[in-house]
Design a protein around this ligand. Structure first.
Ligand SMILES: Nc1ccn([C@@H]2O[C@H](COP(=O)(O)O)[C@@H](O)[C@H]2O)c(=O)n1
Ligand SMILES: C[C@@]1(CO)OP(=O)(O)OP(=O)(O)OC[C@H]1O
Length: 157
């Protein structure tokens, strides 16, 4: 068994599309980044890399590399899941928290769980996604950005 944790932050900007957990979410603003800025999938990707002892997302997919400009974060996560698979590891479970003042995430949580489980070729019950507003405090509370953290347990196949 191996455990890893991940944390990521992206800035909210006008004119960007909001994609979280691989799901497109209607909102006034979206997250900006070199990739599609899916902060939740980035935290999960970092947690898998942490469990594998393989550094972080920026080491494997540098934001200086034009190949990853506008990258689909789901495809990046799939590459890291394949890395785990090659090492004889599969998902045990994920627990993740999204920090976002708005919009209300509750209507999208089940779709996120299902998509994340699909990326791991796992069951939805192995994935838990939570959201918190941070009560209007800090950069997330001021709606300047969103943050996500994740813990991932990998088990031997
Ligand atoms: N963007 C969000 C934030 C929170 N939720 C849900 O509301 C509950 C209460 O939020 P607090 O910030 O007061 O903890 C939280 O447990 C989530 O279920 C949400 O859907 N979207
Ligand atoms: C995903 C990558 C690569 O496109 O870019 P960003 O979208 O900026 O995301 P970040 O969380 O800063 O880290 C890793 C990057 O290298």
């Amino acid at each position: 068994m191996r455990i890893g944790q991940g944390y990521d932050v992206h800035k909210l900007e006008d004119g960007e599309t909001l994609i979280l957990g691989g799901i497109r979410i209607p909102h006034t603003h979206g997250l900006s980044g070199h990739s599609d800025a899916d902060v939740l999938l980035h935290a999960i990707t970092d947690a898998v890399l942490g469990a594998l002892g393989e550094g972080d997302i920026g080491r494997h997919f540098p934001d200086t590399d034009p190949a990853y400009k506008g990258a689909d974060s789901a495809a990046l996560l799939q590459q890291v899941v394949a890395m785990a698979d090659e090492r004889g590891m599969k998902l045990g479970n994920i627990d993740a928290t999204l920090m976002a003042q708005k919009p209300k995430m509750a209507p999208y949580i089940e779709d996120m769980r299902a998509r994340i489980a699909e990326l791991f070729q796992a069951e939805t019950t192995q994935v838990n996604v939570k959201a918190t507003t941070t009560e209007k405090l800090g950069f997330t509370g001021r709606e300047e950005g969103m943050a996500a953290q994740a813990v991932v347990l990998l088990t031997e196949k």
